[in-house]
Design a protein around this ligand. Structure first.
Ligand code: ZN
Length: 389
């Protein structure tokens, strides 16, 4: 849910220059929070309940971690969908590149935070046989496109502050970490988001240098895990400021993902970074809309020449504690099928394809280059032609 402050911030940063329109319906799927552990399956769930945490009050109490089967089921569904060029649907997966190293953190008496990079596996008793291989398989099948979410989702200084002060927050962290759960956000929004501290005395975005170090480290870990550099990024909680975008740019990021709300067209900022805004929230784990409603939202995008950018978080595909996966796959499958039926010329693309389109008017498809007419303007009128088919 957007607060008034969020809306004002979004309004203030509303782009008026270098917005892009496209001659064909483009469909992007963007998904956050991959690779981050939550409640450690049934065992961790029972342990937390035994320690006084009344789980089951919010869907995020059932946020665990995707399994290899979850990822393969998603991959298989996406592979069944094809666009006008024969290309399968592609999900941009925003990864968190580290988890809390619960063991090390416990050994140091909860005095400081230790992280375990994803490239070194999962922490403590967490087990997910075949998961990393399933990610890689989907990437090589062209149905997953990995992108950068961050190193951790929470704001490290905010959590470190709670660690040094005795009290409820400190106790909650100890209880969760003993059960190998890093946090459950809705129960503790004071942990903030990676680049943004919600509370005084240091409320607001972290300093540029600190953000720069966090982003550089996350990008290095991304390269270690995927053997390729990240080209697209989405800040945890969509909390990014100019310092965040500068640090992304310095790490080679070309596309900045933004949350939904304004249904804004893609636009290029001053430093040459393409900003994409999500336009359709498909989050059945929380609230499902009718297929008609999803189609209506997509139509509104296509009528304006902007891509339909679907936001669908990783929790939708989890099944360990609750079967979110079954219903979400059905909803997405049905939605993509309806889009393909209605728009035989639609193109499934990912973030970097859109960047290629606005830069060169074409991108690399499975059977050669795909050209799309791109118009550039102020988002309202006076467009100029950039690329032609
Ligand atoms: Zn996230």
């Amino acid at each position: 849910m957007l607060t008034l402050v969020d809306r004002l911030r979004r309004w203030r940063t509303k782009p008026t220059d270098r917005a892009f329109r496209f001659s064909r319906p483009l469909v992007l799927l963007q998904s956050d929070d991959w690779g981050r552990v939550g409640v450690r399956d049934r065992e961790g769930y029972e342990q937390l309940r035994a320690n006084g945490i009344h789980l089951g009050e919010n869907p995020y109490d059932y946020y665990s971690l995707e399994t290899a089967e979850d990822v393969m089921a998603l991959r298989d569904m996406l592979k069944r969908h094809r666009d006008a060029t024969g290309r399968p649907a592609c999900l941009v997966m925003n990864f968190l590149l580290a988890n809390l190293d619960f063991q090390k953190t416990t050994e140091t008496g909860f005095q400081s935070i230790h992280l375990l990079p994803l490239s070194q596996g999962l922490p403590g008793a967490w087990k997910r046989p075949g998961l990393f291989e399933a990610y890689r398989q989907g990437i090589s099948d062209d149905v997953f496109y990995p992108a950068l979410h961050g190193l951790t989702h929470f704001c490290r200084p905010a959590v470190e502050r709670a660690l040094t002060a005795p009290g409820d927050r400190n106790n909650l962290l100890h209880t969760l970490w003993k059960a190998e759960t890093p946090y459950i956000y809705w129960r503790m929004p004071w942990i903030g988001y990676e680049y943004c501290n919600p509370e005084k005395p240091q409320a607001g975005f972290l300093e540029a240098e600190i953000q720069g170090n966090l982003i550089a480290e996350a990008a290095r870990e991304f390269q270690r895990f995927f053997s390729t550099v990240p080209l697209s990024a989405c800040a945890p909680g969509y909390r990014a400021n100019d310092d965040t975008r500068r640090a992304w740019s310095q790490c080679g990021i070309r596309v900045a993902q933004n949350g939904s709300g304004g249904a804004l067209p893609p636009h290029m900022d001053d430093r040459g970074m393409l900003n994409l805004h999500r336009t359709i929230d498909v989050e059945p784990f929380e609230r499902g809309l009718s297929l008609e409603k999803y189609m209506q939202l997509a139509e509104r995008c296509f009528e304006r020449g902007i891509p339909a950018i679907v936001s669908i978080h990783s929790i939708n595909f989890h099944s360990s504690l609750k079967d979110f996966r079954g219903p979400a796959l059905r909803v997405l499958d049905e939605f993509l099928g309806a889009l393909e039926a209605k728009h035989p010329n639609l193109l499934y693309v990912h973030d970097t394809d859109v960047y290629e389109l606005v830069s060169r008017g074409k991108f690399k498809g499975p059977r050669g280059p795909v050209s799309v007419e791109v118009k550039q303007g102020d988002g309202k009128s006076g467009s100029t032609m950039l690329g032609a088919r």
